[in-house]
Design a protein around this ligand. Structure first.
Ligand SMILES: Cc1cc2nc3c(=O)[nH]c(=O)nc-3n(C[C@H](O)[C@H](O)[C@H](O)COP(=O)(O)OP(=O)(O)OC[C@H]3O[C@@H](n4cnc5c(N)ncnc54)[C@H](O)[C@@H]3O)c2cc1C
Length: 508
């Protein structure tokens, strides 16, 4: 088998070292990395749309913000054209809660310590793609890929349709960055729906959403207003119910992205009541916090979206001649915004794999490790954080305990690594190394336990009992320490939950 192809003569206009399918964040980011790490490499990006539209994936977290700011070098652009994010904030309710002031709150007390951003992805992804073009990528758009023929270790062929008809190009590598279209995974028969996690989502961008830091709300709910020192409006606010959560992400310029995600086993999404946007509003308006903040808001009729069965993965992530990045490789769940962290890891590793082949390194072991690492990372990440989490999503006491552990361990084991070791940390996806086994088992254990406790409460009709007028305000997670005090607080809260469970009547 041919391990490495010679670089093509430059006059061979139909041959590229790498063809990237999809020019949104995953495709643009991979191109930027490849061009920086391999001077002279020939990269073609084929993007279906003439102009990228708004898309979900608007909240970054610490790893994706590191990737965008420090690896892609976009900190100044992010600060000028998008919003600095102030962490995650959650709002819980039960039948006794009638107003925003009575809802329970979980979130940061102060402004956060590590950068993250709220992005308008239509603008951001265009900027990443523009920079790839400036760095030397050849971009063809609108160009819709219609066929790909893989030939391991040899030349791959890609056919696409654009204004000039259908064209075929050849390449040593194909990077699939086609998002949920997941072209290679579906063609290869590797695409698997994650039926253990049947979530669905509806979303839109809204105008007229109230400012959480406004005088109006401060005067209406003075105690509520003074309870927190941070700005609440630029957090990702989560209005939460049994089996569902919603995100409230402000975008530069005043629009707010608001959408609901729910577990289809637990929530009956209204089938009647008008178009998706109307049903989304009706669904949210049952929650007292949403009722307050959305009172005068209107969604954009042209920008309403609905997607069922969100979670899926590919059983193959790479071979000698192709590699899958971002949503084309897998999608787990939007809660905690891991999507662009996944993009940071998959694009960094894709670029490293292609670089290794170009340097003549034997690929078999690298490809095997690539597939093993991402399969393990995806499975463990899912089981540790997401599996059955919607069972206890609406429970203030369980979610605030899980949040302390989930975020504390994310800071300790994932977010701190690139800050300590630089961008090479992004070559190691979370949970892919056996050394993280104990952390994975601990996370899976409390996640399973809290889901079980919520199931019991559901049977006893005791869900949401602690959801009124509680506050769990976190002074802040830090990168340099294990946040020992916070962990102690987490264990104390867990002990209280177990004690309550022990004392609870076995039946209602
Ligand atoms: C409800 C929801 C909320 C989310 N919220 C967050 C969040 O807050 N934070 C976060 O980090 N992540 C979030 N995500 C995940 C995030 O949206 C994705 O991980 C991210 O947008 C994927 O980017 P991508 O570049 O891989 O794919 P996409 O953004 O889907 O881009 C794929 C590109 O490929 C192009 N393409 C497709 N087919 C073809 C073809 N045949 N030929 C040529 N081009 C093609 C498309 O036009 C598109 O531009 C959320 C996801 C969902 C479903």
């Amino acid at each position: 088998m041919e391990a490495q192809m010679n670089p093509p003569p430059t006059e061979d206009a139909d041959f590229y070292d790498v063809v990237i399918i999809g020019g949104a964040l995953s495709g643009g980011a991979t191109a930027n990395l490849l061009l920086r790490q391999n001077p002279g490499i020939r990269v073609l990006i084929l993007e279906k749309s003439a102009k990228l539209s708004r898309r979900v994936g608007e909240a970054t977290v610490e790893v994706s913000a590191y990737f965008m700011g420090r690896v892609l070098g976009m900190t100044q652009y992010l600060n000028e054209s998008h919003l600095n994010k102030q962490g995650l904030r959650f709002w819980f309710t039960n039948d006794e809660v009638k107003t925003l002031g009575e809802a329970s709150e979980l979130g940061p007390l102060y402004q956060v310590r590590v950068p993250s951003y709220q992005l308008d992805r239509a603008a951001f992804d265009e900027e990443v793609l523009r920079r790839a073009g400036v760095a030397g990528a050849h971009i063809v758009r609108p160009a819709s890929v219609t066929d790909v023929q893989l030939s391991p270790g040899k030349e791959q062929t890609v056919s696409f349709r654009n204004g000039d008809g259908t064209k075929t190009v050849r390449a040593r590598w194909i990077v699939d960055a086609s998002g949920v279209a997941a072209i290679l995974a579906r063609k290869g028969g590797w695409w698997v729906s994650n039926t253990e996690h049947p979530t669905a989502a509806a979303w839109s961008r809204w105008k007229g959403v109230k400012d959480w830091d406004s005088r109006e709300l401060a005067e209406k709910f003075p105690q509520w207003s003074s309870a927190v020192y941070a700005t609440r409006n630029t957090a990702t606010n989560h209005v939460i119910g049994d089996g569902w959560w919603s995100w409230w992400i402000p975008l530069k310029g005043g629009d707010v992205s608001v959408g609901v995600v729910f577990d289809q086993r637990l929530v009956d999404w209204p089938q009647d009541g008008g178009k998706i946007g109307d049903r989304l509003k009706t669904f949210l308006m049952k929650h007292p916090v949403a009722r307050e903040i959305l009172a005068d808001a209107e969604f954009d009729e042209e920008d309403v979206h609905w997607r069922k069965n969100l979670a899926y993965y590919s059983t193959t992530f790479a071979g000698d001649g192709f590699v899958l990045v971002g949503d084309a490789a897998a999608f787990m769940d939007p809660f905690y915004s891991p999507g662009m962290d996944w993009i940071s890891f998959t694009t960094s590793r894709a670029s490293a794999l292609i670089g290794a082949q170009r340097r003549g390194e034997p690929l078999n072991d690298l490809v095997e490790r690539h597939n093993r690492d991402f399969a393990r990372s995806h499975r463990c990440w899912f089981e540790a954080v997401y599996k059955d989490k919607y069972e206890y999503m609406g429970e203030f006491d369980l979610m605030s305990t899980a949040f302390i552990f989930d975020l504390g361990l994310y800071y300790f084991g994932v977010a701190s690594r690139p800050f300590r070791s630089g961008e090479k940390a992004l070559l190691v996806p979370p949970f892919s190394q056996t050394v993280t086994g104990p952390i994975f088992r601990f996370m899976r254990a409390y996640n399973r336990r809290f889901a079980e406790i919520a199931r019991r409460r559901r049977k006893r009709r005791m869900l949401g009992k602690t959801n009124r007028e509680q506050r769990c305000l976190i002074p802040g997670f830090a990168l340099q320490s294990a946040n020992a005090k916070l962990f102690l607080k987490g264990f104390a809260k867990w002990a209280k939950v177990e004690l309550d469970e022990l004392l609870a009547p076995s039946k209602s």
